[in-house]
Design a protein around this ligand. Structure first.
Ligand code: 13P
Ligand code: SF4
Length: 307
């Protein structure tokens, strides 16, 4: 089947299955175009929790995102077109490792980036995404110690924003960590008329050279309202499609062809069509884990919604 036939099949099956398709902005453009909702991790969590009309949520992203949808909306079948799409950063801390980390720092609250397993979320005080990490950490007040897992670079970004140290787990995103400061310097020289935006999963020395450090959702929001006409974009390449659709008058230059997450690219139109046909692969989280994970995700949603 060619792409047009696959899209027609997906449209038909989506109606028959009463399904809704959610996609992260790191998915390829053809998948973003067929989705009912495209967003960042925070937007997708909120959306997944709100789904009422549909019976099935097809999640085009990576495992931890589909797990979060299953935790927040246990009444719906959450399916992943390719269940092998994981997140190496999420796998850099296990629940056992987090329990040992907590034992070394008794009483310290744990802020856990949403890029983590449901078991790790269940062991945490509160979750965060890259768009609300600063607000979530601030909400904890002046406690002696805060543990932040698993992304040390997002942790360092938060530390800088709020002017305090945390105890950081040494995880990172292998895709964003590949980007070096020299690349930003070179792209700046090649594009003197552009501003540079990067994701907080990049290294601190990369963030240091950028004009804006933003989550993917914040990048889209900036593109909607800015007078700036050219950006160098330092995050996964799927975002370029969403940015160009949002702001066709702005020129977007990708910082590096290495900014491509192999797991985000595992989903294809053909796999979406097949998953709607077979309703496979269903993502479930045992209630013993889901209850704790729901508590820490809900704590984040409450803080993010607050003034
Ligand atoms: P955001 O969607 O919060 O920008 O995070 C990006 C990411 O790494 C998702 O895996
Ligand atoms: Fe994980 Fe990085 Fe891929 Fe996001 S871009 S899913 S953090 S590996």
């Amino acid at each position: 089947m060619n792409n047009a036939e696959l899209v027609a099949t997906i449209q038909r099956l989506r109606r028959e299955r009463r399904a809704v398709i959610l996609a992260h902005t790191y998915q390829t453009g053809d998948i973003q175009d067929v989705a009912d909702f495209v967003g960042d991790s925070y937007g997708l969590s909120k959306k997944a929790a709100e789904v009422r009309d549909a019976e099935v949520i097809v999640f085009c992203g990576v495992q931890f995102m589909a797990e979060t949808a299953a935790v927040l909306n246990p009444g719906r079948a959450v399916i992943m077109p390719d269940p092998e799409a994981g997140c190496p950063m999420a796998d850099m801390i296990t629940a056992d490792q987090l329990r040992a980390f907590k034992a070394e720092h008794p009483g310290a609250p744990v802020v856990c980036y949403v890029n983590s397993t449901a078991e790790v979320k269940a062991e945490s005080t509160v979750c965060c995404t890259s768009s609300n990490a600063v607000k979530v950490v601030r909400s904890l007040g002046d406690v002696p110690e805060i543990l932040f897992v698993p992304d040390m670079y997002l942790g360092m970004f938060v530390e800088k924003q709020i002017g305090r140290k945390m105890v950081l787990w040494k995880g990172f995103c292998p895709t964003h960590a590949m980007i070096r400061a020299e690349t930003v310097q070179r792209l700046r020289q090649e594009n003197p008329d552009a501003k540079v935006m990067v994701h907080p999963e990049t290294r601190p020395e990369v963030q240091e050279l950028a004009d804006f450090v933003l989550s993917t959702g914040q990048m889209i929001e900036l593109a909607k309202k800015t007078d700036i006409r050219k950006f160098v974009v330092g995050t996964e390449d799927g975002i370029l499609h969403a940015l160009r659709l949002t702001a066709p008058a702005i020129e977007f230059v990708h910082l590096s062809p290495f900014l491509r997450c192999p797991n985000m690219k595992k989903t294809t139109l053909a796999k979406i069509a097949r998953s709607l046909e077979t309703l496979e692969t269903r993502i479930t989280v045992p209630e013993a884990v889901a209850g704790g994970a729901r508590r820490s995700i809900q704590a984040m949603l409450d803080i993010a919604a607050g003034g």
